[in-house]
Design a protein around this ligand. Structure first.
Ligand SMILES: Cc1cc2nc3c(=O)[nH]c(=O)nc-3n(C[C@H](O)[C@H](O)[C@H](O)COP(=O)(O)OP(=O)(O)OC[C@H]3O[C@@H](n4cnc5c(N)ncnc54)[C@H](O)[C@@H]3O)c2cc1C
Length: 427
């Protein structure tokens, strides 16, 4: 047995970790199992305490690539980093990647992840041609939006509960080079955020940082387009690491206030226009390995919601006020307006509206009480929470905000269970 934590470091329970074997049938027993990628989900989607965890990361072979069409077939344990490192220098890129490259293809499908290009290219499944699923009874199901589409849309965003994804066919995007022409704009309040966001619809990528400590909702809007221009500076392939987990969180009211002030000022002073390498623009947090340790031994939560367009501004304002009043706060407060494409996954998350993602050190009861207040705002605004980040949503909240749960349940693999499925689905 091995102790395993997810990215939020909230728990550290024993798991029977085994390298994934395609001969799952042999291993099928009364003990339930779960596929694991790189454990970059923040909460309990990728955990199965006291059960089996199939480690898929050595299932990382490239199967084929069609250079005319940009169609790549891979085993599902390959990381997005391995794909990008190989293909970006050859003029191809994944059109949709999350804020870290340390995610497997299986994990990206199982949460139907989104990124800074959502308004342009949708979510991961919008660029997924087909996937192969292995059920614990040994059945293999190949599915796509055209064939076995019910299996495809149950598995996309299906948090690993329909079987183990063993391979996938992906559509890559032709790119002019590894750099982006970027602009950083400051906004003093949410009204201006929404104005800039509307004006930026033609930019391929956009994301904002928002100061959730100060009043008013000031922030930085960062937008970027791929370019053939080449910027200055070397891209380091090794990154510093936070070496140990301190006994207490380094994120507190004082450090947060100072950090947010400095971050806003430094970036406001930066040249508005520039060139940024894709690694820095898309994955700034990958520059420091194990940065999650700064939150100390109690770990941290990420709270990510999406609110439909009609209520987005009012609800985001109310959430920011509630957080500021609670004197809890976040270094990493990210705001983005999604595009029109709604994830077709039965439990998919991205869709029209505005998403706010915030990290909070785990302070126990006071943090959980704050989340209850934020849940009421999200619920009454018609929004929902992202399963890839969640560790504590109630079953009632899940059922009220994910209307296709009973359809999804028909596709579950009876040999698979996770801490999240037991919490939210009862088994
Ligand atoms: C710094 C950081 C930034 C992030 N930014 C974003 C973002 O911008 N957008 C976004 O959408 N997400 C973001 N995430 C979340 C991350 O993209 C997802 O949690 C992703 O699913 C993690 O992939 P993983 O390989 O680590 O999978 P894990 O976390 O190990 O597993 C996630 C789920 O996938 C299932 N799974 C994994 N492999 C398989 C497989 N082969 N077959 C079936 N099921 C499988 C697991 O059972 C589990 O339910 C971020 C995470 C971090 C740490």
């Amino acid at each position: 047995m091995v102790k395993v934590s997810s990215w939020g470091l909230l728990t550290n329970d024993e798991h029977d970790v085994r390298p994934f074997s395609q001969d799952l049938k042999l291993h099928n027993s009364s003990v339930k199992s779960l596929a694991a990628g790189l454990e970059r989900s923040y909460g309990d989607a990728g955990l199965n305490p006291d059960g089996v965890l199939w480690s898929t990361t050595f299932l990382n072979k490239l199967i084929s690539f069609d250079p005319d069409l940009g169609v790549l077939t891979v085993e599902a344990g390959i990381s997005l980093k391995e794909i990008q490192d190989l293909f970006v220098p050859r003029g191809w890129s994944l059109p949709v990647t999350p804020g870290t490259e340390y995610v497997t293809v299986g994990g990206a499908i199982a949460n139907d992840v989104h990124g800074k290009s959502h308004h342009m290219y949708g979510s991961f499944s919008d660029n997924l041609i087909s996937l192969t699923l292995l059920r614990t009874d040994g059945e293999t199901i190949v599915s796509s939006p055209e064939d076995n589409s019910n299996w495809f849309w149950a598995t996309v965003g299906g948090i690993g509960l329909t079987g183990v994804i063993i391979s996938a066919q992906l559509q890559l995007q032709k790119i002019p080079g590894p750099w982006l022409a970027t602009e950083t704009l400051t906004f003093p309040n949410l009204t201006e955020f929404f104005e800039i966001s509307n004006e930026s619809a033609a930019w391929e990528n956009s994301v904002s940082w928002i100061d959730c400590v100060g009043v008013g909702g000031r922030g930085l809007f960062m937008r970027g387009n791929r370019t053939s221009e080449i910027g200055k500076g070397k891209i380091s392939h090794s990154s510093p690491s936070v070496p140990v987990t301190p006994p207490f969180s380094l994120v507190n009211a004082l450090t947060l206030r100072v950090f947010n002030e400095l971050y806003f000022r430094m970036n406001s002073l930066k040249k508005e226009k520039g060139l940024q390498h894709y690694k820095k623009y898309f994955y700034p947090l990958d520059g420091i390995q194990n940065w999650n340790r700064i939150y100390g031994k109690r770990g941290f939560y990420q709270y990510q919601s999406v609110i439909p367009p009609e209520s987005a501004k009012a609800a985001t304002e109310e959430m920011l006020k509630t957080i500021s009043k609670a004197k809890e706060g976040s270094f990493l407060a990210v705001l983005k307006t999604f595009g029109e494409r709604k994830s077709r996954g039965l439990l998919g998350f991205p869709g029209p509206g505005t998403t706010l993602a915030l990290d909070f050190p785990n302070r126990g009861e006071s943090t959980l009480k704050l989340f209850d207040r934020l849940d009421s705002i999200v619920l009454s605004a018609g929004g929902k929470l992202y399963l890839a980040k969640d560790a504590r949503m109630s079953r009632e909240m899940f059922e009220a905000t994910y209307p296709r749960i009973s359809e999804f349940s028909a596709f579950r693999d009876p040999g698979i269970s996770s801490a999240m499925s037991r919490r939210l689905l009862g088994s």
